[in-house]
Ligand binder design. Structure first.
Ligand SMILES: CCCCCCCCCC(=O)SCCNC(=O)CCNC(=O)[C@H](O)C(C)(C)COP(=O)(O)OP(=O)(O)OC[C@H]1O[C@@H](n2cnc3c(N)ncnc32)[C@H](O)[C@@H]1OP(=O)(O)O
Length: 229
């Protein structure tokens, strides 16, 4: 997921199993290596993409009522097949034996989460972090525009990842200024750390379309007390 999370897990995780860090964050070390992780990525990624396609198709379909009923039954049957064997709860943050992290249920980046846009954050040596994403019909709020909560999801994740680039940080306060509606389609978000004060990291960022900034964001991110103890 990010270097910060890996840093924490390597300091606090015992040999194996799942533990609850600070009663909130579920970390699991799995007995798998990176090649097995790649195999699972290739297995689950296309399933999630197919479900994303299903979500978009469900919103936009104009087929006959009989086809809707037929597809309803097929989708219900597919869900029942997947339910035959399930995790007990959410996916959490997992690590391979080599320390590689995967948060496949995460709402922003989860490889197995069809609700995730999904986001992928990049950074350069100057400390600029960015993500580029296409948000279509499933993310609509006002007609033709991205839902304000989805703008917040993108910016929270990007700013949080930026804040966590050295040590893990949780969102304490996120302030957004919606300057104009964000059109559905291709978007870019950018962020940079502007201040570090002990366990507090302030990050500023923007969400933009081709015409410029649509949302400005400032976040105060706090390091868990145990991470810097
Ligand atoms: C791990 C890898 C992450 C990868 C990127 C993920 C991106 C996504 C980020 C998220 O979505 S995180 C999920 C949403 N956020 C949360 O669930 C956090 C919930 N809140 C908490 O867990 C705690 O309230 C928190 C860790 C934020 C602070 O609790 P503490 O008990 O550690 O804070 P404490 O009272 O000791 O205060 C420490 C400093 O932070 C300040 N502070 C505390 N809460 C704050 C807050 N909410 N906003 C702003 N500042 C805050 C506080 O004033 C103080 O400042 P000073 O040192 O200057 O006195």
């Amino acid at each position: 997921m990010c270097r910060g999370a890996q840093h924490v897990v390597n300091r606090i995780l015992p040999a194996a199993d799942t533990i609850l860090h600070d009663h909130r964050v579920k970390f699991t070390r799995e007995d798998i290596d990176s090649s097995e992780l790649d195999r699972r990525r290739a297995l689950y990624g296309p399933l999630t993409e197919a479900v994303r396609e299903l979500v978009d198709a469900t919103i936009r379909t104009e087929v006959d009522e009989s086809v809707i009923r037929e597809v309803h039954a097929e989708v219900a049957a597919a869900a029942a097949k997947l339910r035959a064997k399930q995790l007990d709860g959410a996916f959490g943050l997992r690590f391979t034996t080599g320390g590689e992290s995967f948060a496949w249920g995460n709402a922003g980046i989860g490889l197995r989460n069809a609700l995730a846009p999904p986001l992928s954050v990049e950074s350069d040596a100057s400390g600029l972090h960015w993500t580029e994403v296409t948000l279509g019909a499933p993310y609509e709020g006002p007609p033709g525009l991205v839902h304000g909560g989805i703008c917040a999801l993108v910016l929270d994740h990007l700013l949080g990842t930026t804040a966590s680039s050295i040590e893990p940080r949780f969102t304490g306060t996120l302030t957004l200024r919606y300057r104009r509606g964000t059109p559905l389609g291709r978007l870019r978000a950018e962020a940079r750390i502007t201040r570090n004060e002990g366990r507090k990291t302030v990050v500023n960022g923007t969400l933009s379309d081709a015409g410029g900034v649509t949302v400005e964001a400032e976040g105060i991110f706090i390091g868990p007390a145990t991470a810097t103890a």
